[in-house]
Design a protein around this ligand. Structure first.
Ligand code: AMP
Length: 280
């Protein structure tokens, strides 16, 4: 596996593969890799000739300085894992490499940036768009892979790709959520959970599943309230929001339509913020 740390070196290596007509797959990550990330790498491995991953904890998408500071960083272990799954190139830039000067670009996503994560994490998706647009321009992949775990992020990336980066002709591939055996969605942040919070956290998915099964017995509002109440009954968990939204507009629905609606949630387990979702 080739390890690159500068944009120049990255472009140089990729251009050689492109000259040979190779199809490139790209997986952007913030590191502290787990099986969820590796499943995206494996997906690219089975679709593309060359798989490129990036590891970069992007400061501009953190609205909370403390969260950025405590975000897990495990570069050596990550490199080992990427080698094991057969990743071809990993790009690990510094903050100075990615932001030689302040990125003042402001993106507009037609309103989907103002709900759920966007509402509670001011500027988060603008930061995501800043980093992903840079990475897309440097890698110029044929396919880019993202996890549905970050449901709203996938919608933002699709919008960015279509409205701002259409000339790059990148195909966005959305991949399923990988979970621990007890149902907790895999996340780099799970590493920050102390054992009592880790034991409580599977209640998030368990509750979403329960009300997915029973949804016909309730209105959307009742469902959102029930899910919130049931999770908050556990004193270690604190729901920030539950929203049941249309898959395209991300607006709260009046009525659930199977195949077109998703329940999304953010929960604090102590100071650690976890997100998850379930499709109807
Ligand atoms: P992150 O390092 O958290 O920025 O995640 C990098 C990519 O991995 C994003 O596209 C995430 O949606 C995806 N990802 C994170 N957790 C999971 C998971 N449990 N299953 C599948 N994909 C995931």
């Amino acid at each position: 596996m080739l390890i690159t740390r500068t944009i120049k070196d990255l472009k140089n290596k990729i251009s050689k593969y492109k000259a040979d007509g190779k199809q490139i797959g790209f997986i952007p990550t913030m590191g502290a890799l787990h099986k969820g990330h590796l499943s995206l790498i494996e997906c690219s491995k089975s679709n593309d000739d060359i798989t490129v991953a990036s590891i970069f904890v992007n400061p501009t998408q953190f609205n909370n300085k403390e969260d950025l500071k405590k975000y897990p960083r495990e570069e050596e272990k990550d490199i080992e894992l990427l080698k094991q799954v057969g990743c071809d190139i990993v790009f690990i830039p510094t903050v100075e490499e990615m932001y030689p000067e302040e990125d003042k670009r402001q993106f507009n996503f037609g309103g989907i940036e103002n709900v759920m994560e966007g509402k509670f994490r001011d500027g988060h998706f603008n930061g995501v768009a800043q980093i992903v647009s840079k990475l897309f321009q440097y890698v110029e992949p044929d396919n880019a892979y993202f996890g549905i775990k970050d449901f709203q992020q996938v919608a933002i990336i699709r919008y960015l790709n279509k409205h701002y980066l259409a000339d790059l002709n990148i195909n966005i591939v959305a991949c399923d959520i990988l979970r621990e055996e007890d149902g907790l969605a895999m996340s780099s942040r799970n590493k920050l959970l102390s054992p009592n919070y880790r034991n409580a956290a599977p209640l998030i998915q368990k509750t979403l599943k329960k009300y997915k099964k029973d949804y016909k017995n309730y209105s959307v509002k009742e469902l959102m309230n029930k899910i919130t109440e049931e999770i908050n009954e556990n004193e270690l968990l604190n729901v920030e929001y539950v929203d049941i939204v249309d898959n395209t507009t991300l607006k709260t629905v009046d009525k659930i339509i199977e195949g077109q609606t998703t329940a999304c949630i953010a929960v604090f387990a102590g100071k650690v913020r976890l997100i998850d979702n379930i499709a109807f």
